[in-house]
Design a protein around this ligand. Structure first.
Ligand SMILES: Cc1ncc(COP(=O)(O)O)c(C=O)c1O
Length: 420
């Protein structure tokens, strides 16, 4: 992933690989006005260390964000962290001893994989379908582990607009997941960076809301609703866990950036943050639609993909003879990038025909062009497969091919010899 991100930083590469929100949508004037106000009114404090737990004013902003999804935690249970990523790290650091079992979804957030591995957890992934984690499989797993005298330290889940799968855990499964956690006395780490970025359908209650915070540790972030550059996230955990997480945070970085906590405080004081989230929703909905239309046009008929009701990602699955890690190398030669599915599986052995595609960071034309380029590389692979095996993959309907030739933006007609 690190190598991939380095390559995609090249300006000529269309990156559908990252998970970047479009920070160009944030008004520079608002940013400038707030930073100026901080410099004029609170310079010394904003440049100083702060409490490890975070400022009370930052927690007030966090409570507003969680309130928008129906949650009302006790501020004493909230820890302000350096991004949502640190919140995942602190949960893992506080709870995992080498060899402990951690359960997560298959596929899961690629950035969580190295965290669990670095604390030497035994990570077990539970299959997902269009309704999120297969909670029946989780139940069987918990029973099996109980038979072996083992209990997972926690279940890591992204129930809403999952990264990378794009799917959302159904209400029935949410209820069952919380019940199972209580029954087996296992903590759940609910990671919810995308819950407020909904483009359709009805909101579902977070696991934290259903459980009331006894067994669910909640992880949030300002990255996708405001800015990832400010590196501000949070964790909400029951007191015995929170105590360890605060110690872990002190060891890691003493405190979260004071300056960016001041920025969030000023920004929320304007009381327009939900308006900004609303504008992001409009932009990302149009981009999701453009990506899905482009997939229909440029991907082979035997490919499939999720159409997420929110979040930032589409998960596409190709015919089984196409390995997306190999495909990525070829796509990069065409200056387009995606995340190969294997990155979302602990041992990299599954997901080899799938890819994660991000639609938030590019406008509609760029998305279309990116998907067209990937579609072209897939076509080449399919032709190669056909040449080697003699088998004919499902043919693309001819109308698509014509349209594609007509509309391909960077195909220049060759001059004829007679024209000199
Ligand atoms: C599911 C999930 N958790 C955590 C993070 C990390 O977020 P942050 O930028 O706040 O560290 C991301 C970032 O993409 C994510 O997708």
């Amino acid at each position: 992933m690190r190598d991939l991100m380095a390559i995609t930083a090249r300006p000529e590469v269309i990156s559908l690989a990252g998970g970047l929100p479009d920070t160009a949508t944030f008004p520079p004037r608002t940013f400038a006005a707030q930073m100026t106000k901080i410099a004029q009114e609170s310079s010394a404090q904003a440049l100083q260390y702060g409490p490890t737990e975070g400022f009370e004013e930052t927690k007030d902003c966090i409570l507003e964000v969680m309130g928008a999804e129906g949650m009302l935690p006790d501020p004493d249970d909230v820890l302000v962290t350096t991004g949502g990523q640190q919140a995942i790290d602190l949960v893992a650091k506080s709870l995992i001893d080498p060899g402990d079992v951690v359960v997560c979804e298959a596929p899961t957030y690629p950035g969580a994989v190295p965290v669990f591995c670095s604390y030497e957890a035994e990570v077990i992934q539970v299959a997902t379908d269009e309704d999120g984690m297969r909670v029946d499989e989780l139940e069987a797993l918990l029973e099996r582990l109980r038979g072996e005298g083992r209990r997972p330290k926690f279940i890591y889940s992204i129930p809403t607009f999952q990264n990378p799968g794009g799917m959302t855990l159904s209400l029935e499964r949410r209820r069952r997941l919380v019940e199972l956690a209580r029954h087996h006395e296992v903590l759940i780490a609910e990671d919810n960076p995308y819950g407020l970025l909904r483009y359709g359908g009805e909101p579902l209650p977070p696991l934290y809301h259903l459980d009331g915070g006894d067994y669910v540790i909640y992880l949030g972030t300002f990255s996708k609703i405001l800015s990832p550059g400010i590196r501000l996230g949070w964790a909400v955990a029951p007191p015995p866990v929170m105590e360890k997480m605060v110690l872990g945070k002190q060891a890691a970085d003493l405190c979260t950036s004071t300056l960016t906590q001041y920025f969030v405080r000023e920004y929320f004081a304007e009381r327009r943050w939900l308006e900004y989230v609303g504008s992001l929703i409009d932009i990302y909905r149009a981009r999701r639609n453009a990506m899905v239309e482009a997939l229909e046009r440029f991907f082979p008929p035997d490919a499939s993909w999720t159409v997420p009701e929110g979040g930032l990602f589409v998960w596409a699955t190709l015919p089984p003879y196409i390995d997306t890690t190999d495909l990525l190398a070829k796509a990069l030669r065409e200056d387009v990038a995606f995340v190969p599915g294997a990155a979302a599986f602990i041992d990299g052995s599954s997901g080899s025909h799938s890819m994660r595609l991000n639609f938030s960071a590019s406008d509609e034309d760029v998305l279309r062009e990116g998907v067209r380029r990937i579609g072209r590389v897939i076509d080449e692979q399919m032709t190669l497969f056909q040449t080697i095996t003699g088998e004919h993959p499902v043919p693309r309907p001819p109308a698509h091919a014509d349209e594609e030739a007509e509309q391909a933006p960077n195909v220049l007609p060759l001059r004829r010899r007679a024209e000199g």
